[in-house]
Design a protein around this ligand. Structure first.
Ligand code: FES
Length: 143
């Protein structure tokens, strides 16, 4: 995974809530990018709360954004998340997020919300990051 000074958002991701993550200290497993779990909660104009199912995580050191899906609560009662690097595994274009489908404008590859290829020419799944949580935050291990 490349870390650079640039980050671009394509129109296909424009509707997603975008969050700039906080770069935590490096660990033996890689750098950690964090954000508050409350970013998944949206306050409507009428004051009511709604839950977002995904968001776009950015940072100036990242060449591509990361989409984070809220997968709900697991058997252990903990929230589950899927975090995918939006670099197409075919030739490296940025992948757009359209609901649960991730599509590449380069040559039409499509991926599901787990990163699995559902349409080529890409053959390899999107990179999925390890995700950790505590009561307030989500931590993405950038490795
Ligand atoms: S770069 Fe994504 S399909 Fe070719």
């Amino acid at each position: 995974m490349a870390l650079t000074k640039a980050s671009f958002l394509l129109p296909g991701c424009a509707g997603l809530h975008s969050v700039q993550g906080k770069m935590e200290e490096s660990t033996p497993n890689g750098k950690i990018l964090s954000f508050l779990r409350s970013e998944f909660t949206k306050v409507k104009k009428n004051g009511q709360h709604a839950t977002r199912t995904s968001l776009l995580l950015t940072h100036p050191q990242l060449k591509f954004p990361i989409v984070v899906f809220d997968d709900g609560i697991g058997d252990d009662g903990m929230n589950r998340y899927t975090a995918l690097w939006l670099e197409c595994t075919h030739q490296g274009n940025e992948v757009n997020v359209q609901g649960n489908i991730l599509s590449c404008p380069g040559h039409g590859s499509e991926f599901d919300r787990t990163g699995k290829v559902i349409q080529g020419p890409a053959k390899k799944a999107l990179h999925a990051f390890e995700v950790k949580t505590d009561s307030d935050s989500v931590f993405i291990v950038l490795a």
